[in-house]
Design a protein around this ligand. Sequence first.
Ligand code: ADP
Ligand code: MG
Length: 415
Amino acid sequence: VTSAELQAAPAFGTDAQAGVGEIVVMKFGGTSVGDPERIKQVAERLVAARDRGARVVGVIAAMGQTTDQLLDLARQVSPRPDARELDMLLSVGERISCALVAMAVRDLGREAISLTGSQAGIITDTVHGQARIVEVRARRVRKALTDDYVVLVAGFQGMSEAKDITTLGKGGADTSAVALAASLGASACELYTDVDGVFSADPRVVPDARRLPSVSYDEMLDLAASGAGVLQLRSIEFARNHRVRLHVRSTLGEPGTWIVEEDESVAEAIISGVAHTTEALYRVQGPDPAELFTALANRQVSPDTIIQSGADTIVFSAPLEDRGVTAAALDALGATWSERDDLAKVSVVGAAMKGHPGIAARTFETLRGLGIEPHFISTSPIRIAFYVPEDDVERAVRGLHDTFELGATGERQDA
Ligand code: ADP
Ligand code: MG
């Protein structure tokens, strides 16, 4: 079972017919706006795009470690901060960066305006800390574009149907950008980050990981659901549902990675990448599956791997950050349960895997050769996933990356 559940396509029309010409949405991550110098460079990039003729929307993340610092501050005041107030606090980070970018754009001679998520019409549900965008009312953004402003929107935040400030969860600025691009009928959504694109594995773990020139929405969904944290999962669901072409790239001007329809991507490789993530694993006895997963869903916990193990035992995994609520849900059900956090999940992902029977064999031979024992193996047509002891995860990822010759120096495994 994969957590890449379909996000219902929110019913907002694109009003591209308003006639302001080509619109580009450019999102900048925390590193790209990490200090005053970089903020000025972001402004230059936005102005350059405007000078080339496009109308420009910049979606800006909080500077560097700002969000973590705010979170830390909250925890020093309150051990379990109230969710509404936490969102109020965290939304400040993007207001800062977004206003600073607007100032820098003005200094370069272009009109600019910064907008909070709510001013930009990002309407969400009421789930604080993990809100989902349900609608984008982009009238104000569109008007500002028509009036020749470069529009800066605070990423990662919106306003709920109850008119409270919400945040969209880790990586939420990606989804802000894609939702705006969809709503504005933008020609592309460019996501600037600290790596040159989507790689065959996390470049911090596998130094010779190879940049993928293009990936299909489905492959990217599986990579992201498997731990490739370069894009928020929901942003890809959104892009696929609204046919927004994504371009992940660095500010260094490298070619980056296009995330597009399968027939547009050059997916000639059997395996596109190896991803890994840490999750908590629960072994539960007592409640039946319907009861158990309803209780988790009611608390917004989204389980990933689910395995029936014996007559009355279910094993499932869930995000580490949801440990508190997961425990509360299991206790409320009166379940007998235990938790493990010493395993990490490794996934081998590739759209062409389904037609190639040897992939599983080579995967498990590689692990045997490394002396690593896989647990809780699961598959989809384009993914093989399993758990290994946390201490072995980097060795497993590098070993599989070598086996499938995914490295920049190796030959690619072509179909
Ligand atoms: P931003 O702040 O720009 O949103 P993130 O930290 O969210 O950036 O995402 C970029 C990071 O994602 C990279 O620094 C990299 O370590 C990590 N990452 C994990 N898997 C991959 C992958 N397959 N390809 C590229 N980056 C990856
Ligand atoms: Mg991110």
